[in-house]
Design a binder for this molecule. Structure first.
Ligand code: CU
Length: 495
């Protein structure tokens, strides 16, 4: 089953173990360096915030006390514990941060102070600078702030007549970023171009024309019953449209990841390798396993083995299940496992389409987590890129029987899959046929019937079958039309 794998599909990774160890070593060295740099800078006692990347704080109306307030905080799950502290105005603040969570986190402040990402179990020290007013902090790993990873320094006491002021304008700007904060993204998510960062249909079509399409053809099953794959997670930049890029997180370099294809009873052996910069994981809906082990989040440089037997037919989603899952899926970490029902009859052509959503962040950034939470995508895709099969049409011959497998990977919106100019004589969705060769399977409907859509909620899958009777260009769409117009649209060219 290699034909419909993306070009950069699964491959063995010679020397993986040594690279894992060296990366782990680098992480440890990195943490030690951070701590040493922090301590050394403190000893120097300049007025600058003693971290490698923080700009000097300019406490114009506050006289430094010369005191250092030292506070230890903890990271548990998706929260800083405590999430709010009080510090006397004019004191320097030194935080010791312990990451007791199960994935890496950082801590950045509105004044520019930054603690580099801490692996689970790691401890870091951050000198935040002189506290001249209330100050907001948060974890900057995509989606974590929206999950509640905010931290507030309250400035207290002092004898300045005008009292504590917000230490940085951006602290107030971002003050409504708590989960559910309405319109929170409005002020800071615009693309670098100064526009909304959302490409137009024409821009998306132009971009699709410049790239090879994701292979949609699904070839017939081979004889193998054991399937071995290595899934390597990477984080990279791709062009969303001319002049606008986005960060994507992928399995084996493409989104969707590789299409897995097999029969009921087949066993899949997946080695998941995390070559990213944050925790990632994988969850195969095609298997039935306790999530605790195989679906656990692994750190950069780590790997795990995930073995499952496909006991049931279906069009099964797989995806990263590291929190916040909505962001990890929206950033590209999903794919499909097609397990054919027993004795599925052959057809002339098969295609596999995975619908997904893009929530454009600023240029070069990952998905805007506020948009993901709001659930209104900017761009829709079949197989990871908007409109790609409009400029690189799928093909069929007149009279051929075509089967299209569809997974709605979400993460949020539904699909109403339709092929313009056809009627589906067969529709199979989530374990059952509604119509089969023009016959209703409800036991009541007499005569010839059919269906116009395959409806799919997020993470649902199925297939449709149809025949075309004359040449032409048959659009396939999500018939939620606003979503088709955002990119969930392609062409089947029949000759
Ligand atoms: Cu992930």
């Amino acid at each position: 089953m290699s034909q419909n794998n993306p070009p950069s599909g699964p491959r063995p990774l010679p020397g993986q173990e040594s690279s894992v160890e060296s990366r782990a070593g680098l992480v440890v060295i990195g943490i030690v360096v951070v701590v040493i740099v922090g301590i050394a800078a403190l000893l120097i006692r300049s007025n600058a915030v003693p971290t490698t990347s923080a700009p000097p704080v300019a406490p114009t109306s506050v006289t430094p006390t010369g005191n250092i307030t030292e506070i230890a905080i903890d990271i548990q799950g998706m929260a800083f514990i405590p999430s709010q502290i009080e510090v006397p105005i004019g004191d320097e603040l030194r935080l010791t941060v312990t990451n007791s969570g199960d994935q890496r986190h950082d801590l950045v402040f509105a004044n520019g102070a930054e603690l580099e990402a801490l692996a689970p179990g790691a401890v870091g020290v951050l000198d935040v600078g002189v506290i001249s007013g209330d100050l907001e902090g948060w974890c900057s790993i995509p989606g974590h702030r929206q999950m509640g990873m905010t931290f507030t320094v309250q400035a207290v006491g002092g004898d300045t007549g005008d009292g504590a002021q917000a230490q940085d304008d951006s602290a107030q700007t971002n003050g409504d970023s708590s989960p559910g904060g309405h319109g929170a993204h409005g002020s800071h998510s615009a693309g670098a171009s100064g526009s909304t960062g959302v490409p137009t249909m024409n821009e998306l079509l132009d971009q699709a024309a410049q790239q090879d399409p994701y292979p949609a053809e699904l070839s017939a099953l081979g004889d193998e019953r054991e399937h071995h794959y290595t899934f390597t997670v990477t984080e990279s930049i791709e062009d969303l449209a001319d002049g606008l890029t986005r960060t994507v997180w992928t399995y084996n370099g493409t989104s969707p990841g590789p299409v897995l294809h097999g029969r009921v009873g087949d066993t899949f052996h997946i080695t998941l390798v995390n070559d990213g910069t944050m925790g990632h994981s994988i969850d195969f809906h095609a298997g039935e396993l306790a999530p605790d082990g195989p679906m656990r989040t692994i750190e950069p440089g780590e790997s795990l083995e995930y073995v499952f037997t496909a006991n049931r037919s279906g069009v099964w989603m797989y995806h990263c299940s590291t929190m916040p899952m909505s962001s990890h899926i929206a950033n590209g970490m999903f794919g499909v496992v097609i397990i054919e029902p027993d004795d599925l009859e052959p057809v002339d052509r098969q295609y596999a389409l995975v619908q997904s959503e893009i929530y454009a962040g600023a240029d070069g950034q990952a998905a805007d987590a506020d948009k993901v939470a709001a659930g209104i995508p900017d761009v829709m895709t079949f197989n990871g890129r908007a409109f790609q099969y409009d400029v690189h049409p799928l093909s069929a011959q007149v009279g051929e029987r075509v089967r299209i497998w569809v997974l709605n990977a979400g993460p949020n919106v539904s699909s109403s899959f339709h092929v313009v100019g056809t009627q589906f004589d067969t529709v199979w969705r989530e374990g059952s046929y509604s119509v089969w060769h023009g016959k209703s399977l409800d036991g009541r409907t007499k005569g010839v019937t059919g269906a116009q859509t395959l409806p799919l909620q997020a993470a649902e899958g199925g297939f449709v079958e149809f025949t075309t009777f004359e040449p032409g260009h048959y659009p396939f769409v999500n018939h939620r039309m606003n979503l088709a117009e955002k990119g969930a649209h392609g062409i089947l060219k029949v000759e």
